[in-house]
Write a new protein. Structure first.
Length: 155
């Protein structure tokens, strides 16, 4: 009987320690007064370029504890266009470029003028409707404690 109580108590203690000390890397979006975690390991940021007035999209992926810009898609070469990526052939009117550049975070100045939008496999976030004009939104990898991750508040 004492052996069973010891095993049960040890198991409960180990589970509690796991909940407290194990951290899960997730994509986290933060802004003044709020934030949320994203489901999945990839997302796209899109906006209307302020000079060319054309759509611009960047795709990011979480690889373990790292965040990587994997590709970009735009209509025309112009101000801010990367020059070190590999062009990916396409027939949709966009220039597709493979980038594969590790980044610490994605920091955006959000504006309704350029319709800054964040898209995942399951949801579209119109950031320009969620925050004030010209507010900073940061997307980065955040390590959440296991108990917080399991709460299921990831969007």
């Amino acid at each position: 009987m004492n052996n069973k109580i010891f095993i049960l108590g040890s198991t409960v203690l180990i589970v509690l320690l796991l909940f407290l000390f194990v951290k899960i890397p997730v994509l986290y979006v933060s802004y003044d007064g709020g934030g949320f975690s994203l489901k999945g390991d990839s997302f796209e940021v899109s906006w209307i370029h302020s000079v060319e007035k054309e759509a611009w999209m960047e795709t990011y992926e979480k690889e373990g504890n790292r965040l990587k810009l994997v590709k970009t898609k735009f209509k025309t070469f112009g101000a801010g266009t990367p020059s070190d990526g590999e062009i990916i052939p396409s027939n949709d009117g966009f220039v597709h470029m493979k980038i594969d550049r590790e980044v610490e975070s994605v920091d955006l100045i959000v504006s309704a003028n350029v319709e800054t939008t964040l898209t995942t496999d399951s949801k579209e976030y119109r950031l320009y409707e969620m925050v004030e004009d010209y507010e900073n939104v940061s997307i980065q990898i955040k390590k959440l404690p296991l108990w917080e991750f399991l709460r299921g508040e990831i969007q």
